[in-house]
Design a protein around this ligand. Structure first.
Ligand code: SIN
Length: 332
């Protein structure tokens, strides 16, 4: 008698977001209104792909995702990945901060098994909700051997993105996610995968931050630069006890003269300053308009401000100095 093929086993960790949202009127909606079980129930075709099990880790709009929930999510994800019977995991998440959570998990989970984040731009009860197909595709990716050792992935709108590359670029459209610098990881058409290229930077099983054991992360603030940015907000960040500041600088991570003076003083006071860019693409390089070596600044290279904040928090948690932190930005 022929043996039945092994069915992939996928654990879904639910955190809320619009994928679990319900409309409250013609336009309004409440995020995280639906349970994880209800999400699965809406896509019966998932049983064609995998044996599913669910765990509700949080039930929030992703604007409320914070370091404490990240650490809890990482711990529940790691526990699932460590179970030999689990093939991969899918995490449902609001799209607003999905890129930050994806990049955090990309750095702190020790496993080569597939980890896929998925959300939706339209609530589950909306006309033409995008969540069900996104979820179907996410499970297909998490169940596939082709997704092994590619780091944390995000599936949305028939696209597969690497955690490091993805950014939300539009307030409402279903095609909101882009990977502006290095492009897509691949495509997924109703469960059929097409990977384009390998992941380029260190992640998950190869990350020195995985598995994470920290119980809290150092405070890091992002300051958004603009024409004529004054120094007050930078000074305030130092005053309230930030251990690091990420500057969402103009252009190639630039800042006004007043802000530059405040950043230089912040470094002297022991606060790490990382120059990133508000432009949404490209590279912030060292020592172009500023002498980063002399000021003791770190540059974020390709990481956008919100991902630079994640890496900086992990580096500061390890007590790394500016040179060691800069090295992180060239590796992760
Ligand atoms: C959220 O991020 O929780 C709300 C928006 C969304 O999921 O699309």
């Amino acid at each position: 008698m022929a043996e039945s093929p092994t069915v992939p086993r996928i654990r879904l960790l639910a955190t809320g977001g619009t994928i679990a949202g319900a409309q409250t009127g013609a336009r309004g909606y409440a995020a995280a209104a639906m349970s994880a079980e209800a999400l699965l129930g809406a896509v019966p075709e998932l049983t064609d792909l995998a044996a599913m099990e669910v765990e509700q880790v949080a039930r929030i709009g992703s604007q409320d995702m914070d370091e404490a929930i990240w650490l809890k999510l990482a711990s529940r994800a790691q526990a699932a990945l460590d179970e030999p019977a689990i093939t991969g995991i899918v995490i449902t998440h609001g799209t607003d901060t999905m890129e930050e959570t994806a990049y955090f998990l990309n750095l702190v989970l020790k496993s080569t098994k597939p980890v896929v984040l998925v959300g939706a731009m339209r609530p589950a009860t909306a006309i033409s909700a995008d969540g069900p197909m996104n979820l179907y595709n996410a499970v297909a990716v998490a169940a596939s051997a082709a997704a092994v050792d590619r780091g944390v992935l995000v599936v949305s709108n028939d696209e597969i993105h690497f955690a490091r590359e993805i950014a939300k670029t539009n307030t409402t459209q279903v095609g909101t996610f882009k990977s502006p610098n290095r492009g897509l990881a691949g495509l997924v058409n109703r469960g059929r995968l097409h990977f384009f290229g390998p992941v380029v930077r260190r992640h998950t099983a190869g990350s020195e931050f995985a598995p994470i054991t920290a119980r809290e992360l150092p405070r890091v603030e992002i300051i958004y630069a603009h024409a004529g940015l004054q120094r007050d907000l930078l000074d305030a960040a130092v005053r309230i006890g930030a251990k690091g500041i990420v500057l969402a600088g103009v252009g190639a991570g630039n800042l006004s003269t007043g802000a530059l003076t405040a950043c230089a003083e912040a470094v002297k006071a022991g606060v790490m300053v990382v120059r990133s860019s508000r432009t949404g693409g490209g590279v912030v390089e060292r020592n172009i308009e500023f002498d980063d070596d002399a000021y003791g600044f770190v540059v974020a290279e390709e990481l956008n401000p919100q991902k630079a904040r994640v890496l900086l928090m992990l580096g500061l948690q390890r007590g790394l100095d500016a040179a060691a932190l800069q090295a992180l930005f060239t590796v992760y």
